[in-house]
Design a protein around this ligand. Structure first.
Ligand SMILES: Cc1cc2nc3c(=O)[nH]c(=O)nc-3n(C[C@H](O)[C@H](O)[C@H](O)COP(=O)(O)O)c2cc1C
Length: 282
């Protein structure tokens, strides 16, 4: 069986794709292009899923892709829980903002910052791993989980599947830990629903900030570049119109999201939650 033939061929002119991602910036035609870039640039979060189960072995393929991500010092401080049971998905949806797609998608992956595995191994070897109690190693584990998850997401999209991250999985960290039987020193960083996109609920490629606002050359240029921001607000309003979404400036949406602690929807008590989950964060 040829696996190469199952990789979707590039489907769109690169310039057209780049222009959808960055509508405001005139990007030069790329010198190089391939199917990997095509998959990455096609990304959009999918929240409407068909009920079909994933083919046998897909979960393991996604985890192999996740394990292929770089990992700090090869410590591999992450794990993932795959949830397919309807009742458990439903209970987790209740804990994660009642988002219906969590129930609808056949597969829910919960990506974990996992400092417990090495702790257990160390206990068997009477080895010392006090370094894992420092904030630094917590950051390492969260970064590791994110890199692994994003590799799985790209792999899923390359197979014609769709996915969406679920930050709301951090709304009630202790309850999520209980549902998933997480031992101390393990934290659910986010969830990810995976499945076949419902073609009736297809969404567009969401434009991002112009590169002039995110790409700094040699040194950081601290400027608010209000003309570029105004342009992006207008672009996002155009996108919202096209998608039938509520009209709101991107800037206002960001301000609303992080206005104060209450706007974090329960995640303002993250330090306390992490302590309860066994993280010292020295
Ligand atoms: C860590 C993380 C958490 C997210 N949590 C949620 C979520 O709980 N619910 C949701 O509908 N989308 C969630 N998203 C998806 C973002 O809203 C989405 O990626 C962003 O709006 C950009 O849209 P796009 O992915 O379609 O390009 C999350 C994304 C990330 C990276």
């Amino acid at each position: 069986m040829s696996f190469a033939s199952s990789v979707p061929a590039p489907t769109m002119d690169p310039h057209a794709l780049l222009s959808q991602r960055n509508r405001d910036g005139a990007l030069a035609a790329p010198a190089q292009w391939n199917a990997v870039l095509d998959t990455i640039l096609h990304h959009r979060s999918v929240r409407g899923f068909l009920p079909h189960r994933l083919p046998e072995g897909t979960l393991e393929t996604l985890v192999a892709a996740a394990q292929s991500a770089s990992t700090s010092s090869n410590l591999q401080f992450w794990s993932v829980v795959a949830v397919e049971e309807t009742a458990r998905k439903s209970r987790l949806a209740e804990l994660a903002g009642q988002q219906q797609f969590i129930r609808d998608a056949p597969l829910l992956l919960v990506w974990l910052a996992d400092l417990s595995r090495l702790g257990r191994i160390a206990a068997e070897h009477q080895a010392q791993v006090d370094g894992t109690h420092y904030l630094e190693e917590f950051i390492v584990s969260v970064v590791d989980a994110a890199l692994a998850a994003q590799s799985a997401l790209i792999a899923a999209e390359s197979l014609g599947l769709g996915a969406v991250y679920i930050g709301a999985m951090r709304n009630l960290p202790e309850r999520i830990a209980e549902e998933l039987a997480l031992p101390p020193h393990v934290f659910a960083v986010f969830g990810m629903s995976v499945g076949y996109p419902d073609p009736a609920r297809e969404t567009g490629i969401k434009p991002r900030l112009p590169q002039s606002l995110v790409l700094h050359r040699e040194q950081y240029a601290a400027t608010s570049r209000s003309d570029a921001i105004d342009g992006y607000n207008a672009t996002m309003r155009e996108f919202q119109r096209e998608q039938g979404m509520k009209a709101i400036d991107w800037t206002q949406q960001c301000f609303n999201r992080v206005k104060d602690g209450a706007a974090l929807r329960g995640r303002d008590r993250m330090r306390e939650a992490l302590r309860n989950l066994g993280f010292e964060l020295w």
